[in-house]
Design a protein around this ligand. Structure first.
Ligand code: ZN
Length: 467
């Protein structure tokens, strides 16, 4: 008996290997070359066939892992995993195959859920979800789809009748095989429990809402980590606000840029090399700054503005560190110098002993009236290619305040927070020629240091009609 199953398993493995070989036309090393030469249609057909083989192979892995898991169940007197000195079936599988333990665990769980069962009298019973088992073994489902189905079906097991359960399983498998995309299948699986348990949605929603919260902690490297658990309604508001802030910068402006003087590169938007998570966080911070700026100074009787404590030497000599009130991680003197130019922050200057000696020199800030005047003149961020509107912008000094002591609008332009930081920190220089801002990149960005024209006057909407 044992010899026979060994032969059978070896034959099955051979069959799979043959299919992989057939895919590679027997010359696996030449595969990449063959694919490069293949027509689009052949390439896509090949990919589909390879996915099919992958599914068959993974289905075989799931079956084997499920059987290992069954033999390793903790109730058994001689658990397989225990005998091999491993704490679980997943650990044993990972140790023996080199798989990640998490992958092995997922395979084992799915395999166990889809396996045939042994009855009390030792007879073999059909699997709980025979249609899923069959479709997976036939290579018609990915393990990911099968897992989603099993999870959904297990959730309705308690509230649904056996007939309903069978019907739900058939609905899922038929839909997945015939016409649903993988995403649609996941959506249907998610919605399935509510169809069989109409009272389930409300308590679940209440539980999600009860878990909501915003946690803040400081990591060893000084990163301030916020962990945000949100209910669906709150998430909708957050996403809408963040999308509104991030969408304009996503727009590609190739067709608008036909500058004959070549001062604006057609890939202006690509200068923004922030990652998507970085953009979303910057947007959230902008929203917070906006709310401070548009507040009358009091929310619930509390002063609402950000406060920075700046030692005098940080301001005058650019040395040492400064602190935002309530934030444990200090910031550099350079950051302190930059944020002190923003109108929405209060700077407390400290003497050598850390005693407050007064508020920051307010003439460093552009006043609200000055920013309004610059908004009318500049129309928003003047960085080449940036579309940020005035309310997302700071007044930025053209010639730094610490060398010019000038805070008049002739020495100011509007820059969004992101570009204000790039100007100050990446080594760009800014000058105004005939009322037009020109930005000169540092040599590590452009070796020729060719100035780039900024401002909105070059934007199409500012041109005369037909121009
Ligand atoms: Zn900008």
């Amino acid at each position: 008996m044992e010899e026979r199953t060994t032969t059978l398993l070896a034959e099955q493995a051979d069959t799979l290997a043959l299919r992989v070989d057939a895919l590679a036309a027997g010359r696996p090393t030449a595969l990449a070359e063959t694919l490069m030469a293949a027509s689009d249609g052949d390439l896509l057909d090949f990919h589909r066939n390879a996915v099919q083989v992958l599914r068959l192979a993974e289905a075989a892995v799931v079956s084997a892992a499920g059987e290992v898991a069954r033999r390793s169940e903790s109730g058994l007197p001689d658990s397989l995993a225990r005998r091999y000195g491993e704490k679980s079936a997943a650990a044993l599988l990972a140790q023996r195959s080199g798989q990640h333990e998490a992958d092995a665990a997922a395979h084992a769980r799915l395999g166990l859920a889809l396996a045939q069962r042994e009855g009390v009298t030792g007879d073999v019973l059909p699997p709980f979800f025979p249609r899923v088992t069959e479709a997976l073994a036939a290579g018609l489902l990915s393990t990911r789809s099968a897992r989603a189905m099993v999870q959904a079906l297990e959730k309705i097991e308690r509230s649904a009748t056996t007939d309903d359960l069978g019907r739900a399983e058939k609905l899922l498998v038929d839909g997945a095989i015939s016409h649903w995309s993988a995403t649609t299948l996941l959506d249907v699986c998610r919605a399935l429990p509510d169809r069989f348990d109409p009272d389930g949605a409300e308590p679940r929603e209440a539980a999600v809402r009860a878990r909501r919260g915003l946690l803040k902690r400081v990591l060893d490297d000084g990163t301030i980590q916020y962990l945000l658990n949100c209910d669906p309604e709150g998430s909708a508001y957050l996403d809408a606000a963040l999308d509104a802030r991030t969408a304009p910068r996503r727009r590609v402006r190739f067709e608008e840029d036909d500058e004959s003087d070549g001062a604006i590169a057609p890939d202006a938007t690509r200068w923004d090399d922030r990652s998507w998570p970085q953009k979303r966080l910057d947007a959230l911070i902008d929203i917070a700054r906006d709310s401070i700026r548009h507040d009358d100074g009091q929310i619930a009787g509390v002063d609402t503005t950000a406060v920075i404590h700046v030692p005098l030497e940080a301001l005058t000599e650019g040395r040492g560190a400064a602190w935002f009130e309530g934030v444990e991680t200090p910031v550099s003197a350079r950051t302190a110098q930059r944020v002190m130019q923003c109108a929405d922050i209060v700077a407390v200057l400290l003497d050598g002993d850390g005693q407050p000696i007064g508020l920051g020199p307010t003439r460093r800030f552009f006043s609200r009236a000055q920013r309004r005047a610059m908004a009318a003149r500049d129309g928003g961020c003047v960085w080449p290619g940036c579309t940020a509107p005035p309310r997302w912008c700071d007044g930025a000094h053209v010639e730094p305040w610490r060398s010019s002591f000038r805070t008049d609008i002739g020495n100011g332009v509007l820059l969004c927070h992101f570009h204000h930081r790039r100007l100050d920190e990446d080594g760009w220089t800014l000058e105004i020629r005939d009322g037009v801002p020109w930005f000169t990149p540092p040599s590590h960005i452009d070796a020729s240091r060719t100035p780039r024209r900024g401002g909105r006057s070059s934007a199409p909407r500012a041109r005369p009609p037909g121009g």
